[in-house]
Design a protein around this ligand. Structure first.
Ligand code: BGC
Length: 716
């Protein structure tokens, strides 16, 4: 980001007046009624520290009047009057809950993420929140990991596009705008690679895997101007990210020139002792601060021991000033020195009709039609009798993890209410399960069966060892199937669920994720076809947990399985499970059909030297709606480098475009492939991206299983 000379000058002047304690204070963030981890609320501490001028930031406080009251103490009663920064996890909505981020990824449409971010930012900022701990951009191969719900799934390219979109949506052009908040790219880096999908677990990554898979979204977020970055709880190669100079200093601040704030995660500095890296609190502060961390969330080791560490020469005055400068710079960018208070009269008190409409549109756009035999869907609006069944049919537990303060005050619309509104003339019966549900199914013309997992089993510290439906639900599906009535399953979840035990019995399945505040209306929009589903899986859907990790962009082994020869011996496969996923990454159906042509390359060859100098190869793909309805298709472009100095993934997504086409309408979608798309990062810790001569297969289609391709030859 461009530095503002006036504020840099004002920062110099402030730094010159600050005591060491005041400087260390700027690096401290305390929690208001904190409940995201051990430690509890620090309200009294926060008030006293604000008054003394030794507090930089507070998290989890919101409301214009509440934040103003604490801000007044900092600004009017402390010696230098430096304003506080109020942070909050506004992850997929403040009052207006949008679908969970994993669902937003399924839209394959950055405008969904942008709209969420804009609405969230306006609601949050008007309530005194300056800074959101979002977007989360941890690439993961682990559906067992509860935090997959907060992520954009398994693909680094899709995640990077959405990370940048969300940063822009939160921050806009000017952070001082009262409708904008500062973003935080988290969790840096590699958290998504936790072993076994168990939260907070060990991570070990090669340099190339780190750089090719986990870092690209962060790079994109930094390039989009993300104001802050949060360190990950996890280790990388035995070193916790909070203590990782290579990540925090060499790559982030050095290579990428990041000039914003690196904030710890909740108690992440303290946890260095629990990991077994630091001897004690002072040691933890020394290591984290030395590695490049700027602000400590919740624990207070740096504030407590910074003075003694400085006196002992454990870090220099320049490191201290650099960290404080980053915090002050963010406060200047947010305009807090000019306007420290929220306008209480302008505070948004809840969702508006417009924000609800945006959340409803977003939720419907995120849904993925996994299967539709018959076709069962869409339901006719004239259907006479409907049974709306299952444990989630009349449930408001559809907000999803990290839904913000809106969740407690504004319940999500249930599927039952959504369906009643969409089919006002139909006779609608409901039962959660049991004999009553079966009887209702038997008596109805059609059944909507809403199953899935509650919000509480996805998100932080909510990993599951089994990712199937909770007990009893599979049986309910089979019981409804046995009635012979047409039925569609609506699946609500914070992760991809295994469906092996029941999917063959269900003619139609709609993955709705956790859709947010307008859930029921959005689900009804899709079920009745006023919205034609066009979402695609941002994650591979495995057949069983035993296959994990399973992801589309894997490397080939020396003995890959051949789907056409399932009995071949000595290949990389399982003896007791069919090879490959149940549904591939990028899969999703529509109520219409599409034909996607072979990719056309503007040139069959390209020179590495020219690509490195900024040249691109243009790829054109034709797509036509060959079915009976207007609908959306996501045209996807994948590349595969056949032979390279580091074995390359069998496919890598490098472009996608969601298009809406009327029956018989066609479109020509253009992509550009450059050095970023055709090359890769090596193991060089200093960061070396290379493009190598040779053959690259370019695939186009409607999922990662697309077969149509052309070959591009890269020459020197
Ligand atoms: C999470 C972060 C979050 C923080 C503050 C932590 O437990 O890992 O993602 O921003 O809490 O609520």
């Amino acid at each position: 980001m461009q530095h503002d000379r006036t504020s840099e000058g004002r920062i110099d002047a402030l730094l010159a007046r600050m005591t060491v304690e005041e400087k260390l204070g700027q690096l401290q963030q305390l929690a208001w009624n904190g409940d995201t981890g051990p430690g509890g609320g620090q309200n009294h501490l926060a008030e006293a520290a604000a008054r003394k001028g030794v507090l930089g930031s507070v998290l989890n406080l919101h409301g214009a009047a509440h934040t103003n009251a604490l801000q007044r103490i900092a600004v009017e009663e402390s010696r230098l009057g430096v304003p506080l920064l109020f942070g909050f996890d506004v992850v997929h909505g403040f009052w207006t809950t949008f679908p969970i981020p994993l669902a937003q990824a399924a839209a394959f449409d950055p405008s969904v993420a942008v709209r969420d971010a804009e609405v969230s930012a306006a609601e949050a900022r008007s309530n005194g929140v300056h800074w959101t701990f979002s977007p989360m951009m941890d690439v993961t191969h682990e559906p067992r990991w509860g935090r997959i719900a907060e992520s954009s799934g398994e693909d680094p390219y899709l995640t990077a596009v959405l990370a940048a979109a969300k940063v822009r949506g939160y921050q806009g052009e000017d952070l001082a705008d009262p409708r904008r908040v500062a973003a935080c790219a988290k969790h840096f880096a590699g958290y998504g690679a936790v072993e076994g999908g168990r939260d907070y677990n060990t991570v070990d990554l090669s340099e190339q895997r780190l750089r090719n898979l986990h870092l690209p979204p962060f790079r994109a977020a930094v390039d989009a101007g993300a104001a802050s970055v949060m360190a990950a709880f996890t280790t990388v190669g035995g070193v916790p990210a909070h203590a990782h100079p290579h990540l925090l200093t060499d790559v982030l601040k050095g290579e990428w020139g990041f000039d914003g704030v690196v904030v710890s995660d909740w108690g992440g500095v303290h946890e260095l002792t629990v990991h077994g890296l630091a001897e004690d609190a002072a040691d933890a502060a020394r290591i984290a601060f030395g590695a490049g961390l700027d602000m400590e969330m919740a624990s207070t080791h740096l504030a407590d021991h910074g003075r003694e560490l400085l006196d002992r020469g454990e870090f220099g005055a320049a490191r201290l000033d650099d960290a404080v400068r980053r915090v002050l710079r963010l406060k200047f960018r947010l305009g807090l020195f000019e306007r420290p208070y929220a306008d209480e009269a302008a505070a948004l008190g809840g969702p508006t009709p417009e924000s609800r409409a945006a959340a409803r549109r977003a939720a419907a756009r995120c849904m993925v039609l996994l299967k539709n035999d018959g076709p069962v869907l869409p339901l006719a609006a004239t259907v006479r009798s409907l049974a709306v069944l299952g444990p989630f049919a009349d449930s408001a537990d559809l907000h999803g993890t990290w839904s913000g303060p809106g969740e407690a005050r504004f319940p999500a619309v249930t599927v039952l209410d959504g369906i009643r509104a969409a089919a006002p003339d139909a006779e609608v019966r409901h039962a959660a399960g049991g004999a009553e549900a079966v009887a209702a199914a038997r008596a109805a013309d059609a059944v909507v069966l809403v199953v899935g997992e509650p919000t509480a089993v996805s998100g932080e510290a909510s990993s599951r060892a089994d990712i199937g439906l909770p007990p009893g639900q599979e049986e309910l599906i089979h019981a409804v199937a046995a009635t012979g009535t047409h039925f569609a399953v609506v699946l609500v979840s914070g992760r991809p669920l295994t469906v092996e035990g029941w999917i063959d019995a269900a003619p139609a399945v709609l993955a709705a994720w956790h859709p947010g505040i307008e859930a029921g209306y959005a689900i009804a929009d899709v079920l009745f076809g006023s919205v034609n589903p066009g979402g695609k899986l941002p994650v591979t859907l495995p057949r069983s947990v035993g296959q994990l990790p399973l992801y589309y962009n894997h490397e080939n082994t020396g003995r890959p399985a051949d789907p056409d020869r399932p009995d071949a011996p000595f290949v990389s496969s399982y003896l007791d499970t069919a090879h490959g996923p149940r549904f591939p990454f990028g899969h999703g159906l529509s109520y219409t059909e599409f034909e996607i042509g072979e990719p056309r390359l503007a040139a069959g060859t390209a020179s590495v030297a020219e690509l490195r100098a900024g040249a691109h190869v243009e790829v054109t793909v034709d797509v036509r709606n060959t079915g009976p309805r207007t609908g959306d298709e996501v045209v996807q472009l994948y590349v595969h480098d056949r032979a390279a100095s580091i074995v390359q993934p069998v496919r890598r997504l490098r472009g996608f475009r969601r298009v809406t086409l009327a029956p018989n309408e066609s479109a020509e979608v253009r992509f550009r492939l450059g050095a970023d798309d055709l090359g890769f990062w090596t193991h060089d810790p200093a960061g070396r991206h290379t493009v190598e001569p040779g053959a690259i297969d370019v695939y186009a289609g409607g999922s990662s299983a697309a077969r149509a391709h052309r070959t591009l030859t890269l020459t020197r």
